[in-house]
Structure formats: structure tokens, C-alpha cells
Design a binder for this molecule. Structure first.
Ligand SMILES: [Zn+2]
Length: 959
């Protein structure tokens, strides 16, 4: 979690030269431009990586993390192929005929398995591991079809559907990594033929990657294709990459939305698989040097960091981004792995050390928490509060007779800690950066190939004292960057006995000197227990951390669930030794860390490390639960999340609207201040405006006048209550005042009218123009008599492509109402006829009033479908209809009376940017309704039953 920063950018590797020690000779590290010759890259890279992974590193981890990594090798990687022969047999059976009983993503299993296997080889010399993986690779080589195909689907379907391109992406990546580690030329040749087949199928053939469907999955092959291009320099591979980039516009729109500063959870495809498609933009940046790819990718990383990052370091809410990391919905293992990949890329692009803090937090909590301590299985969901269930039970539907343990998460989970080999030690042309702390030895190399061995003696992450030894065969000058975690407020560092001063948290400490064998750095990190406040669903609660370790209450230790943490006495928290009695209570799997924390009334709360919380599952059944959000008193506000103006956007002169994530309704005492500065370090604050409760404020025109036109400004939000304050986290968003930008009207977030929360009002009296709102498009309509027969009292749609479309700033998230009069002139000949629809994409329609089979329904599509029962309609009969969404209820009113009520999600995040009456605003299929319509009212609030009744009564000539 973020600390409450002092308002400066976390200093980067490049800028980490604030040392005054005599032992420091150089202070600046330059970025590396092209260091991949050793990886066999045949193209010269144009994009700059500030830090990169070390090729072929050899890590030996000890301590508890080392133990877990070893168990993964012994209990999973070496066992899985023999216990799950279908891993490869499913490929052999693909053309045997008959219906294939496979999940659409089955082809990914072997690829994900192989990726985690190669990562494990960087930690282990076990010949059994190597042999097991070699057998898998040999079999893959045998199973490749003549045309290069290497998946489980029959010949006539190859790469054209299912999640087949996604499966190929993972297998290609696994083979590339295997080749890199072992030099196996056969493996890379197989991967190259797979890439060629992707081109043969989807390049200049009339069939595009987007046509394969399952967009966020299949378009992720862009990452594999671009990586392959860096390796092969084959222009077809690059062209394929660029064509998939064009396909983005039809589906996820990742590139454009990133440049427009749109939050990731509001993009058209916010599912987790999209994160691998985003990685394609990093590759494109490396290939071309085009800054826009870097900008777009980093925007999405920052958006997810701000809006989605969980207290466990996890990512995803029910397999997607939602903008709310406090809701206790599923945090899928695959999603966390994908976000780690995004974080690693962001770290490589920026050198911001706090990203490595996040990687550590994610690895030690979310990822090790997803793995059972036995090493035999991992979870599908590792919640903030709840239990751990093995994925082969939780998502058993993915298992088959010959693949009883295989599912998306079981094969993917080990990458979560395997990726320590990619970020634990990194390098650039100036030297090395040490990110991973814990007992270990790492054999790595400098950019010029000089071998360096780094070893650590420590009990970290349970103790803050760390001895780092550096060994080089002969004295060598380079910069050694030491990550100083942002949470370590007081850190002591000495090098070969000399104390280093000015050690700043949230930075790399750049130690530049001639290093010689046996040089030693000692480091003492501040391990005091600290808290982060919750918001929304976790309002009034805190998460506690000791160093990078999230603490959890576990049933096994019988702590009263009602106890409230006394945050004012956190300095009295004590680590408790694991005596026999505690060990017995713990059962077969002991915690690594026990901490007694002061609660109110002088009581004590016993907490353990998150990785082992709830780790008591026996034969697949959890026997204890855990909680990471703990009730507390006297807490400062949570870190606010800046939202709009969108990053790097232009705003019109005049009053400027600033918005942040809406706080919990209970947070009435929380006041917000917007601070605007002319640089990211906030040294020169230009404007400070406050203090405002709620989720947004208007900086008045007189104040906004102090800002110069066309000048980039940074802004942040400070949230304050009587117990303290918190600030939004960097990187801070930018904006510029520009007279060409459209003026902002109305209230946040829908531009709704202040007096009645109206979003769009169109009387439709012989005309389609709204009196409030914005018309986008009107087709196939004419004036018509209204319900009382007066001329021009309504409009009529012909049902043959007719539709009236209005613009939306954003669809309301919780409560809303659409009210309209309708007289259906003919029942639609197609499946659906829409009275009202805001359909924006698959399973994203926050409200539709739809005629189907002669009945009218109110429905919501939000991840899945919700809907009322139908009301039978007669043609040429006027009805007043209203759909009211309030909290978890959706009610259909007809003629002033509630017809039926259905369940609905409490909060809906839609990417709808428009809506239509008489048709579907964005779907290409015909959903037109021949009807007369009048008096459209769309509110960003739930109308009461009485208000709906009054709207019905108000119409002259009503039935
Ligand atoms: Zn999964």
C-alpha cells in the first residue's frame, strides 16, 4: 500500500544521486538503450528501459520464501505433468474426431506451466526439474502440426476461435524463455513457426485477430508477436503486431484510452487478460522508441495502482478492474500474476523504486498467500477476508479426467514468486539495483558481462537487519542501487563500516564506487507496525503491516472479532515467539510471524502473517478463516485517489472541476483539498483549494485565473479529518488550461442538473432535441400525435434502423431512473426491440427497457444479466414506463405501478458514453422498435414510487 508520501515523486533510479559520502564517485545513472544483444535480439532497440532484468540469473533463496519456492518445484512442477497427462495429450487428440470436451482456454495450460517452470530453473539446479521440463518441451516439438499449429483444437478451427491465439501466446512465450535459459534451438524454431502461423492465419487473409472473438484474451498475442519480432527481426511479425494494435480500436481500445487518460476500469475491456495485451505496447515502445506507447502503458499501470491495488497486493475484483479495491469479491490468482507483469514492465520503463516496493508486497502477501504451504496447490481466489480453497476444487469445472489439477490458476500461480528472478536484482549500463531482500545468493552480471555475486544474511522480512555482501572477481567500478522501502521511515545504511547519510525512503540509494570482493553493506530497516485506512466497504477499518508483511487475524488464534485496533498505541505492538502452545493451536502449518497489537480498553489482538493466514486447509476443506480489515478507532482518512481532470487533459478556462474517488457515505467529516503545482515535486504550489467533503469540487474561476494558459500543472488531493491526513499517491496527474477545450457543464459525475439530478430530458413533442443533455444522432423518426391525440405530442420511429442517440458523460453508478411514455406500433420482428438502451459492449448495459416476445422488461447487463419479469404489451396502446435502479434493486414500473423488482448489483461501472431510445446505441445487430415515444426523463437518482406515480398522472390524455 502507499505510504503517505511527503508529496514528492518517488525518486527514480536516474535521479537517485543525492549522496554526499566520499565513497560515492558518480551520482547519475543513465538509462540503458540496447542491452539485449545477449538475449539474441536481432533488432536494435529504440525505446529506453531505465532498468532491466539480468539475463540468466542464478538465485538461491533461503528462509521461508526459499522453502516455498523449493516446495513448488518438488510438489508441483515435478509432479504436475505425470499426474495430469492431458496437459499434452489434449494436443495429440485434437483431430481424432468427436466433440472435444475442453474449456476454451485449455491450450494455455502447458504454456503457463512452462513459463513458471523456466522461472523455477533460475532458483533450482534440480535435475528432475530440468528433465521434467525437457520432456514437456520435447513433446511439444513432436505435437506441432505441419503448419505450425500447437494447440488442442481441430484443424478447421485453428486460431479462429476459442482462446486459441491466447493459448499460442503462452506456449510461444514458454518456449522462448526455455530457449533463452537452455539454448535449445529446437524450441525457438517451434515458437517461430507458431508466430508464422499467426501471420498466415490473420495477416492479409481477410481474417483478423479481432475476428477470433474473446478479445482481451486473443489480442494478447500481440505481446508474443512483438517479442518474437525483437528476436527474429522478421517484418511480418512486426506488421502482425501493428495490425493487432489497429484491432485494439474495435475492442479494448487500450492504446487510445491510455493516451486519453481514461481510467482502466472504464475502458471497454477491463478484464484481467487485457493486461497481457497492454504488455504489447511496452514491446512496441522498445521496438520503435515511440513515446506514445510508453505513455499509454504507464497511464494504465498508474490507473490500476490508484484504483485497484488491494491491501494484499492483489489485483482484480471478480476477474476485472472495477475502481473499488475495498469490496470483498474474488481476487483471482491469474489476475495478480498479470498485474505483477505490468508492474515489472512499469519498473523497467521508469526505475521508480516504489514499484519494487509494490512487487515485494504483492509477492510476499497476495502470491505466497495464494500458494498452500505444502506447495501442492494454489487458490483461485485469495480474498482479503475469508478462506483459502484449492483451485482444483473451487474452479473444478476446468478439470477433466486426465487433468485433475489443471486450471488457469494452478498452472499460473507459481509465476507469482518465480518472477522474483526478474525484479529481485535488475541492472542497467551503470550497474545493479537490489530490490529483493531476504536470505539469498544471486549470481548476476553487469551490462558488460562481468559476473557479480550478491549474498544476504538476514531474517528479513521478519527482522530489519540485513547484511549484503558483494563479490566481484576483481575490483570494478559500478553503481549499486539499494532499494529503500517507502515504509521504512528511519533507515540506517553503512558500507564497509562507513555510515551513509541522507537515506531517503521510497528511493534507490545509489552507491557508486569501486566494488571489490567481500565488500559489505549493512542495512537496518524500520519494521514498526503501521496502518492503512480502509474506505467504501472497509470504512472504519485498517490494515496493519510490519515491514512488507500484511497482518491478519486468523481463527486459529481465537482473537475476539469485535476488538478494535488502537492505532495511537501501535508502537507497543510486539512480536511473539512461537512457543509449543501456539504451535499446537496453529496445526500442521505454522505462521512465520505472530504479532500482538494493542486494542482499545487495554486488550490485545493477536495477528499473523497473511501468507499463512487461513492456511489450514485439510483435504481441500478450510478449517480456519482470516480477516485483514480490522475495526479501529481514531484513524486518519485513507489515501485519496485523484480522478478528473483525466491525466494530461486540457480544461477550459473558468472554473475547473476536480474529482476523486467518492469516499464512503459515512465519511462526512473528511475534507479534501486540491493542491496544484507547476512541477511533479510540488516545490512550487500555485493553488490550494479546499476544504470539501464528498467526491469533487469546483475551483472557482477567480482562483483558476491564477493558472497560465497551455502550462502543464500537476495536482494532488489531500484528505483530512481530526486524526490526520493522507495524500494521493504519485505519479501525479497533469492538466493544462486551454481555450480550445470544451467547457464542462453540470455536476460530477454525469453532468446532471443540480436541481433535480436530471441527466437528459427530452420532451419529444414532435422533436428530438433535448432541453437538458446533448443529442448525438437521430434517424428514422417523424412527429406524431401524443397520448391525448394532440398533434406533435410525440415522435414516431419506423423500426427500420430508426433510433435517437444522446451523449453521456458517464452512466450513474448506483441509483438512476429512466421514465418515458411508449406506444409500440408493431412488435419487433427481431429478438429485441429497445425502448431505451445504453449498451456499450458485451455484458455492459446498465439499463435497458426492452421488448421481447411481446413483453416489456427492465434489464441490466453488468458482467452477467439481471432483469424483471415481463409486462405483456398491446400494440398502439400508450404506457408510461419507468426503470428505477436503487441500490440492489431494479424495479419496472408500468402506468405508475411497480410491476416487478429484480436483484441488481449495488454499484455498476459501465463504459457507456451514450444511450439510445428506439434501438441499441452501439450493437451492430438490429434491435429497433417501431413505436411512438414521448417525455423522456433520465435521472441520476432513484425516483420514489410516488414520484413515478406523479409522472404517470402528469401526462394529459393518459390511459
Ligand atoms: Zn486463473
Amino acid at each position: 500500500m502507499a505510504n503517505n508520501s511527503d508529496g514528492t515523486m518517488p525518486c527514480r533510479w536516474k535521479a537517485a544521486g543525492l549522496l554526499r559520502q566520499s565513497l560515492v564517485f558518480a551520482v547519475l545513472a543513465t538509462a540503458l538503450i540496447s542491452s539485449h544483444a545477449s538475449l539474441g535480439g536481432e533488432i536494435e532497440e529504440q525505446g529506453v528501459l531505465v532498468l532491466d532484468r539480468v539475463p540468466k540469473p542464478k538465485f538461491r533463496l533461503a528462509g521461508p520464501v526459499g522453502e516455498r519456492v523449493k516446495r513448488n518445484v518438488d510438489q508441483w512442477l515435478i509432479q504436475a505433468p505425470k499426474n495430469n497427462p492431458g496437459l499434452l495429450d489434449m494436443f495429440a487428440r485434437r483431430d481424432a474426431g468427436g466433440k472435444l470436451d475442453l474449456v476454451p482456454w485449455a491450450g494455455e495450460f502447458v504454456g503457463k506451466y512452462l513459463i513458471s517452470g523456466v522461472q523455477a530453473m533460475r532458483f533450482s539446479d534440480d535435475p528432475k526439474l530440468r528433465q521434467t521440463l525437457q520432456n514437456v518441451v520435447d513433446r511439444l516439438v513432436e505435437l506441432q502440426a505441419e503448419d505450425g499449429y500447437l494447440g488442442p483444437w481441430p484443424k478447421n478451427e485453428r486460431l479462429r476461435g476459442h482462446w486459441d491465439l491466447w493459448g499460442h501466446y503462452h506456449v510461444m512465450l514458454g518456449l522462448m524463455l526455455w530457449h533463452e535459459h537452455t539454448g535449445d534451438e529446437q524450441a525457438i524454431a517451434v515458437a517461430r513457426r507458431m508466430a508464422d502461423l499467426v501471420c498466415d492465419t490473420c495477416l492479409d487473409t481477410g481474417f483478423r485477430v479481432v475476428d477470433a472473438g474473446s478479445h482481451e484474451m486473443n489480442m494478447s498475442v500481440i505481446h508474443g508477436m512483438a517479442r518474437m519480432y525483437r528476436k527474429t527481426g522478421n517484418p511480418r511479425h512486426l506488421r502482425m503486431t501493428r495490425e493487432i494494435l489497429k484491432d485494439f480500436e474495435k475492442a479494448g481500445d487500450y492504446y487510445c484510452t491510455g493516451l486519453a487518460g481514461k481510467e482502466f476500469f472504464r475502458t471497454p475491456r477491463p478484464r484481467w487478460e487485457s493486461l497481457h495485451a497492454l504488455e504489447g505496447m511496452v514491446e512496441l515502445y522498445r521496438i520503435t522508441g515511440d513515446e506514445t506507447f510508453r505513455t499509454s502503458f504507464l497511464h494504465h499501470w498508474a490507473s490500476m495502482r490508484r484504483f485497484e491495488y488491494r491491501n494484499t497486493g492483489g489485483f482484480s475484483s471478480g476477474e476485472r478492474a472495477t475502481g473499488n479495491p475495498y469490496k470483498d469479491d474474488a481476487i483471482e490468482t491469474c489476475c495478480v500474476v498479470a498485474f505483477e507483469e505490468v508492474m515489472i514492465d512499469a519498473l523497467r520503463l521508469t526505475g521508480i523504486s516504489t514499484i519494487a516496493d509494490d512487487l515485494e508486497l504483492t509477492t510476499l502477501n497476495a502470491m505466497l498467500g495464494a500458494q498452500h504451504p505444502s506447495g501442492t496447490w494454489c487458490t483461485y481466489n485469495t480474498p482479503m477476508v475469508g478462506q483459502r480453497i484449492p483451485s482444483h476444487i473451487h474452479i473444478r469445472f476446468q478439470a477433466r479426467e486426465d487433468t485433475p489439477h489443471l486450471n488457469c490458476c494452478s498452472v499460473n500461480g507459481p509465476r507469482g514468486y518465480g518472477s522474483i528472478s526478474r525484479w529481485g536484482v535488475m541492472r542497467n549500463d551503470n550497474g545493479l539495483a537490489l530490490n529483493y531482500f531476504g536470505p539469498m545468493t544471486a549470481e548476476v552480471s553487469l551490462g558488460d558481462g562481468t559476473p557479480v555475486t550478491i549474498s544476504q544474511e538476514t531474517d528479513y522480512p521478519f527482522d530489519g537487519a540485513i547484511k549484503v555482501k558483494i563479490d566481484v572477481s576483481q575490483p570494478k567500478r559500478f553503481t549499486f542501487g539499494l532499494r529503500i522501502p517507502s515504509w521504512s521511515t528511519k533507515t540506517e545504511v553503512s558500507v564497509s563500516g562507513d555510515a551513509v547519510d541522507d537515506v531517503r525512503p521510497g528511493c534507490y540509494l545509489a552507491l557508486a564506487r569501486v566494488w571489490k570482493a567481500g565488500d559489505q553493506i549493512t542495512l537496518k530497516l524500520d519494521m514498526s507496525v503501521r496502518y492503512e485506512s480502509g474506505d467504501l466497504n472497509q470504512f472504519g477499518k485498517v490494515s496493519l503491516y510490519r515491514g512488507p508483511i500484511l497482518l491478519a487475524r486468523d481463527d486459529r488464534f481465537k482473537t475476539d472479532a469485535e476488538l478494535e485496533v488502537d492505532v495511537s498505541r501501535l508502537s507497543e505492538a510486539k512480536v511473539v515467539p512461537l512457543d509449543d502452545q501456539i504451535a499446537e493451536a496453529a496445526g500442521p502449518y505454522k505462521p512465520w510471524l505472530l504479532v500482538d497489537v494493542p486494542a482499545v480498553d487495554g486488550k490485545t489482538l493477536r495477528l499473523i502473517d497473511f501468507a499463512n493466514a487461513g492456511a489450514t486447509t485439510v483435504e481441500g476443506k478450510p478449517i480456519s478463516s482470516y480477516v485483514t480489515w480490522l475495526p479501529a478507532v481514531g484513524i486518519r482518512p485513507p489515501v485519496p485517489v485523484s480522478w478528473q481532470p483525466a491525466d494530461r487533459s486540457k480544461v477550459a478556462p473558468g472554473a475547473i472541476r476536480f474529482a476523486w474517488r467518492r469516499p464512503a457515505a459515512e465519511a462526512a467529516d473528511r475534507k479534501h483539498t486540491v493542491v496544484i503545482a507547476d512541477g511533479p515535486d510540488f516545490e512550487n504550489v500555485v493553488l490550494r483549494c479546499g476544504e470539501k467533503t464528498g467526491g469533487w469540487m469546483l475551483v472557482p474561476q477567480e482562483e483558476a485565473k491564477k493558472l497560465n494558459l497551455h502550462t502543464p500543472y500537476h495536482w494532488k488531493v489531500i484528505a483530512r479529518n481530526q486524526h490526520g491526513q493522507s495524500e494521493s499517491i504519485p505519479p501525479f496527474k497533469q492538466f493544462a488550461v486551454d481555450p480550445t477545450a470544451p467547457a464542462l457543464a453540470g455536476n460530477w459525475p454525469c453532468g446532471q442538473r443540480e436541481s433535480d439530478q436530471m441527466v437528459t430530458e427530452a420532451p419529444l413533442r414532435g422533436d428530438v432535441k433535448p432541453v437538458y443533455g446533448e443529442l448525438l444522432e437521430a434517424k428514422g423518426w417523424k412527429p406524431a400525435p401524443g397520448p391525448d391525440g394532440t398533434a406533435n405530442g410525440a415522435i414516431e420511429l419506423d423500426g427500420e434502423g430508426s433510433m435517437i442517440k444522446y451523449k453521456l458523460l458517464t452512466f450513474p453508478e448506483e441509483d438512476y431512473t429512466v421514465s418515458i411514455w411508449v406506444s409500440v406500433t408493431k412488435l419487433p420482428s427481431t429478438n429485441y426491440g429497445q425502448v431505451f438502451s445504453a449498451w456499450a459492449g458485451g455484458m455492459d448495459d446498465p439499463l435497458r427497457l426492452v421488448v421481447q416476445g411481446g413483453k416489456l422488461y427492465a434489464r441490466i447487463e453488468a458482467g452477467r444479466g439481471y432483469g424483471t419479469e415481463g409486462y405483456p404489451l398491446k400494440t398502439d396502446t400508450w404506457h408510461h414506463v419507468a426503470g428505477v435502479k436503487q441500490g440492489q434493486k431494479l424495479t419496472l414500473y408500468v402506468d405508475g405501478k411497480a410491476h416487478t423488482t429484480a436483484n441488481a448489483p449495488e454499484t455498476i461501472v459501465s463504459s457507456a458514453a451514450d444511450f439510445a431510445i428506439g434501438g441499441n446505441p452501439n450493437y451492430s445487430g438490429p434491435e429497433f422498435l417501431p413505436a411512438k415515444l414521448t417525455d423522456l426523463k433520465f435521472y441520476a437518482r432513484a425516483l420514489s414510487a410516488d414520484e413515478v406515480k406523479r409522472l404517470h398522472r402528469a401526462m394529459p390524455g393518459k390511459r
